[in-house]
Ligand binder design. Structure first.
Ligand code: HEM
Ligand SMILES: *[C@@H]1O[C@H](CO)[C@@H](O)[C@H](O)[C@H]1NC(C)=O
Length: 230
């Protein structure tokens, strides 16, 4: 056989190996697009850069930001943005990559004026997560337009957690971190109550990325949290 025919046979095989690698990823992973997103400065609110995750026009876009000098062994504050089409009645973000045994940040619109209720949750099973008071959320912004509701929170306690599967966000360059998310299309019955029960998700997914894109100089991060007000 000529070398060129051998190559012709091998090339499709190497393609198989590549897709085989992808298949060995988490089965429930919904493939989205991750990128670095940076906001623009406005008044005393500095520009901030985020790791952005986008799946499709019908799902929320999630963005997270952290201080660049964060250490994996120490808790640090994190920032989360959710931009969701109105059809999604709540959207949740998992800081540890699954539904259970890691901090969840859940948000839903409350009325038509742009208010968004945010709630820190934890679940030890695949049932409605309970309120998780070891993480506290500070709302930095909330809004609504003709197509989306949006919210941004700072979280104290979302970067490190305890329990039988205790974990922490690993900020080391190149360490892949798993995150997860979920949305529902059924109305939240008591939208003003951050401790309220909410209906199960219609869609959930996971994604994995290093935190590189999420890093910001500590002073910039702190100034953003201090100066951004809802
Ligand atoms: C009323 C609240 C909820 C109920 C009843 C519920 C129920 C469930 C059930 C039954 C599954 C297993 C589905 C399967 O294996 O096919 C599941 C999976 C999942 N849920 Fe939830 N869930 C709720 C809230 C949440 C929230 C708030 C989040 C994220 C913030 C979330 C994220 C996930 C994810 C990522 C999975 C797949 C991975 C895993 O099983 O850990 N869920 N949920
Ligand atoms: C509405 O908000 C979403 C999410 O922030 C944004 O992507 C979109 O451009 C906004 N649309 C308009 C018309 O401002």
């Amino acid at each position: 056989m000529h070398l060129s025919s051998v190559l012709a046979l091998l090339l499709p095989l190497s393609g198989v190996v590549v897709s085989g690698k992808a298949v060995t990823n988490e089965k429930r992973q919904v493939y989205g697009v991750t990128s670095k997103y940076c906001s623009t400065a406005s008044g005393n609110v500095p520009a901030l850069c985020y790791l952005q995750y986008y799946v499709s026009p019908t799902q929320p876009t999630f963005r997270i930001a952290i201080p660049s000098d964060a250490s994996p062994s120490q808790p640090f504050d994190t920032i989360l943005q959710i931009h969701s089409p109105h059809a999604n009645t709540w959207a949740g973000f998992s800081w540890g990559g699954g539904m259970t045994l890691n901090p969840l940040t859940v948000a839903w619109p409350n009325g038509n004026q742009g208010q968004v209720t945010v709630s820190s949750r934890w679940s030890s099973g695949r049932t409605t997560p309970g309120v998780y008071s070891q993480a506290t959320l500070t709302k930095l912004s909330q809004s609504r337009n003709s197509t989306h509701w949006s919210v941004e929170v700072a979280c104290k306690g979302c970067s490190k957690w305890t329990g039988s599967y205790g974990g922490a966000l690993n900020v080391n360059s190149g360490t892949v971190q798993q995150f997860a998310w979920a949305i529902s299309r059924t109305a939240v019955p008591q939208p003003a109550n951050s401790a309220a029960s909410f209906p199960v998700h219609n869609t959930q997914g996971m994604f994995s990325e290093p935190l590189e894109f999420a890093k910001n100089a500590r002073a910039t991060f702190n100034s953003y949290v201090q100066n951004k007000k809802p």
